[in-house]
Design a binder for this molecule. Structure first.
Ligand code: NAD
Length: 353
């Protein structure tokens, strides 16, 4: 099996690449521009593995994408390359439109030209899995869950650009008959998460005795999904998902942001005790504009159709995650230094997504 993974040097993409190579023994071509969020160190566990190749390229570069398809001849494409940080999209949306919309369009076109020339089983079995977010559905109130039928209603420049790319991917399926599947998942967490996001930032700031910034009152609710559960889900969707369908992926682990940070504090109290409890480091900062109140996923479809279920609950997953950061300073130290250990999100808090 040959799989082309875009964004494979990013947080989720690298988990997908590690899963495909180490668990499934597939041949993988990682295509990644290596923006600030791309990090080849996240692929260290497969360094030198003959099943893996890396191509540094921009998905907006049509000629390079076509060359990647024509030479590697993928059977699946798993498209994860994106600008992904909501705070950055608020300060400057151009890169989000370029990569998430134009880049996805460019990749779809390169895939279509390659796929059109395939024949028989190769053509029928080809899959283009477009990986997206539950943020395209907007915000939930106190009740209810996002299903695959929830209408799109994005709030931020990030989620609007992802919504646009979802529509493009679906249109390439309906218009050209290309075998496209879309997945929308909730907030991921786990090892190799860039330290500007809520969970790694809180762990590392707690470790260094720095303040733990929380937007607003910390009441925003996210449904947390362990990244390795997500990687497994994406493999199953590409393998057995129905063409033209959307699959929502969520961990059934809803938590308020403040609960997440308090949990990290209590784990840190055990693993790295300080004189004062870590919870005293929490600092509330002005809320992010357009901050969605609640996201929560109904994962019934992927659970019943594909037999997938999140293996980690939040308590087990967060414990593993904190432990990983404490044991893998080599990975995050250079990233912390680049951002001076301070202004990690571009607004004044730490983005949960
Ligand atoms: P990330 O920011 O960690 O990684 C993105 C990767 O894409 C990086 O390696 C970056 O170098 C690469 N990239 C960016 N622009 C590129 C370009 N023009 N050409 C080639 N490569 C480029 O993101 P992530 O958190 O791993 O998210 C992966 C995907 O999953 C994204 O599509 C994102 O929208 C989606 N998603 C993420 C979450 C989450 O909680 N992190 C939740 C739902 C959906």
């Amino acid at each position: 099996m040959r799989v082309l993974v875009t964004g494979g040097a990013g947080f989720i993409g690298s988990a997908v690449v590690r899963h495909l190579v180490l668990v499934r023994n597939y041949n993988v071509l990682t295509v990644d521009k290596l923006t600030y969020a791309g990090n080849l160190a996240s692929l260290a566990p497969i360094d030198g593995n003959p099943l893996h190749r890396f191509l540094r390229a921009d998905i907006c570069d049509r000629a390079m994408m076509q060359e990647a398809f024509d030479s590697f001849k993928p059977e699946w494409v798993m498209h994860l390359a994106a600008e992904s940080h909501v705070d950055r999209s608020i300060t400057g949306a151009r890169d989000f439109v370029e990569t998430n919309v134009i880049g996805s369009f460019t990749l779809l076109e390169a895939a279509r030209h390659y796929w059109q020339d395939l024949a028989g089983k190769a053509k029928a079995d080809f899959r283009f899995l477009h990986v997206s977010t539950d943020e395209v559905y907007g915000s939930l109130g106190e009740d209810g869950l996002f299903t695959e039928e929830t209408p799109y209603d994005p709030s931020s420049p990030y989620s609007a650009s992802k919504a646009a790319s979802d529509h493009l991917a679906k249109a390439w399926g309906r218009t050209y008959g290309m075998p496209v599947i879309v997945s929308n998942c909730s907030n991921n967490y786990g090892p190799y998460h860039f330290p500007e996001k809520l969970i790694p930032l809180s762990v590392l700031n707690a470790l260094e005795g720095k303040s733990l910034p929380i937007y607003g009152s910390g009441a925003n609710i996210r449904d947390w999904l362990f990244v390795e559960d997500h990687a497994r889900a994406l493999g199953l969707i590409a393998e057995r998902g129905r063409v033209g369908e959307t699959y929502n992926i969520g961990g059934r682990n809803e938590r308020r942001n403040i609960e997440v940070v308090r949990k990290i504090c209590s784990i840190m109290d055990n693993m790295r005790p300080r004189k004062a409890p870590h919870v005293r480091l929490i600092a509330y900062v002005a809320d992010r504009p357009g901050h969605d109140a609640r996201y929560a996923i109904d994962a019934t479809k992927i659970e019943t159709e594909l037999g997938w279920k999140a293996e980690e609950n939040f308590d087990t997953g967060i414990e593993k995650t904190v432990k990983w950061y404490l044991e893998n300073e080599w990975w995050w130290t250079p990233l912390r230094q680049e951002s001076s250990g301070g202004r990690l999100g571009l607004l004044n808090g730490s983005g949960d997504n």
